[in-house]
Ligand binder design. Structure first.
Ligand code: SF4
Ligand code: SF4
Length: 438
């Protein structure tokens, strides 16, 4: 029986235009742009200068901080500039520009590791130095995730293959095309964590991936595939953990509090690739889709190519774009330029002729309760919206606004065209800033 959580909702998935399309490997563009912020944590310092020659896999920027992850060049060529450039978040971030020489010369010293013979500390050092971060969208440094506090008794690794956001099929294709790489990466992560059990959660709308991974998993490997009910937001960490284990992450807590570490499909695949080739995180799979795209596709691209390059590779646009989104339509970030680069966390680029989150601030809440019914965190989005709009942050905190996982379901379900999520996000930010300034 398919596992699930309470709340949430089945929403149209719009995945059919790319689900059966194999990943096409794209070479690279003339100019690659590498923002120095592609992770959660301390900002990086550039380690190259304008005019330097760089090679594939060479560090462009790094930091001494523990919670951080270096950025590497995905092409060989010349550093032409280091300047502020638009980041997927909408902010301007210092970025290294590299002109591709199309030689793809590999940086000296890049060679495969032998994870079977390495200690936990040595494995973690490779993960850190290879710039691996959560590729599902969060960008949390993987070496930190794989080092839970010593007082937490981790007994299970959960792999997130739910891919519940509409349109995105990057993880689905990865599971179909590289199951052995995924299982190898899982083995490395299990070794680092010292756990003997792993559950891979996959929604049943990806039956082919469920069957293939089940077939590939060896006897007594400790790894199992857990079919999940297709429902949004099934891939959210707390909902995924509950669906598979029935353990509830406490309010303000982390998966480690219930003995679990959760990793994304693409991230474990990257672990395997890095250890087996020595190459850091410099490529990723991106789904390019939406009703404006002429040829919706899944691409493997070197980081640093722009959205313009992706749109051209997908045959251009057939209609005028109303909204360009990095990520899915529910939790993704609206983009205002096609000159923004693909970063480590870019799982998809959507070009839509309509605005899925259009709202009307003048339409009153009709108290229909749909947002309450759908909220996977069992919150009261209509009140959170009201307190956020009126600036009553104390009341919003009392109603557990900080537990909101920003899944966007309340805004999606609202017939009154309210946008609870937008207002909740703003209020949450204010509360967090207020706490920091104390
Ligand atoms: S965005 Fe927050 S409040 Fe709205 S449904 Fe999701 S978790 Fe609930
Ligand atoms: S779904 Fe919209 S209209 Fe209905 S109660 Fe929630 S905020 Fe109000």
């Amino acid at each position: 029986m398919a596992l699930t959580f309470r709340g949430g909702m089945h929403i149209p998935d719009y995945k059919s235009s790319t689900a059966s399309k194999p990943v096409k490997v794209l070479e690279g563009d003339k100019i690659h742009i590498y923002p120095l912020q592609q992770h959660i944590g301390a900002p990086l310092e550039a380690k190259v200068q304008k005019g330097d020659l760089v090679k594939v896999g060479q560090v462009l920027a790094d930091s001494e901080a523990y919670v951080s992850a270096p950025v590497h060049s995905s092409v060989s060529g010349t550093v032409t500039d280091i300047k502020q450039h638009i980041h997927p978040s909408g902010a301007k971030v210092t970025s290294v520009f590299v002109e591709n020489d199309f030689e793809y010369t590999t940086f000296e010293g890049i060679k495969p590791y032998n994870p079977e013979k390495m200690s936990k500390e040595e494995l973690l050092a490779v993960v850190r130095n290879s710039g691996i971060v959560g590729m599902g969208g969060a960008g949390f440094p993987t070496h930190v995730k794989l080092s839970p506090p010593a007082d937490k008794n981790i007994d299970l690794l959960i792999i997130n293959g739910a891919e519940c956001e509409p349109y995105i099929t990057a993880d689905h294709r990865r599971m179909l095309e590289e199951p052995d790489t995924i299982l190898d990466g899982i083995g490395i992560a299990m070794k680092i964590l010292g756990v003997s059990k792993c559950s891979i959660g996959i929604e049943t709308n990806k039956k082919d991936a469920i069957e293939l991974l089940k077939e590939k998993i060896g006897q007594n490997s400790g790894i199992e595939v857990c079919p999940l009910k297709p429902k949004y937001p099934q891939g959210a960490e707390k909902q995924l953990i509950y669906a598979i284990t029935k353990r509830k992450v406490p309010s303000g807590g982390l998966p480690a509090d219930v003995g679990v570490v959760v990793m994304n499909i693409d991230t474990v695949a990257q672990l395997s690739k890095t250890f087996r080739t020595g190459m850091p995180l410099i490529k990723r799979v991106v789904t390019v889709s939406g009703d404006c795209i002429s040829e919706p596709s899944n691409f493997e691209v070197p980081t640093g190519v722009t959205y313009r390059y992706l749109l051209d590779a997908a045959g251009g646009t057939a209609k005028e774009i109303n909204k360009l989104i990095m990520g899915g339509p529910m939790m993704g970030i609206a983009q205002y330029s096609d000159e923004v680069p693909v970063v480590k966390t870019t799982s998809s680029l959507l070009a839509l002729s309509y605005n899925p989150s259009a709202f009307d601030k003048d339409t009153p809440c009709i108290r229909c309760g749909k947002c309450v019914e759908g909220c996977p965190m069992h919150l009261m989005p209509l009140y959170l919206n009201k307190f956020s709009v009126s600036g009553d942050l104390e009341k919003a905190e009392e109603y557990n606004i900080l537990d909101c996982i920003e899944c966007g379901l309340c805004s999606y379900l609202c017939p009154g065209k309210q946008s609870p999520l937008h207002n909740i996000r703003v209020a949450k930010q204010k509360i967090i800033e207020k706490r920091r300034s104390k």
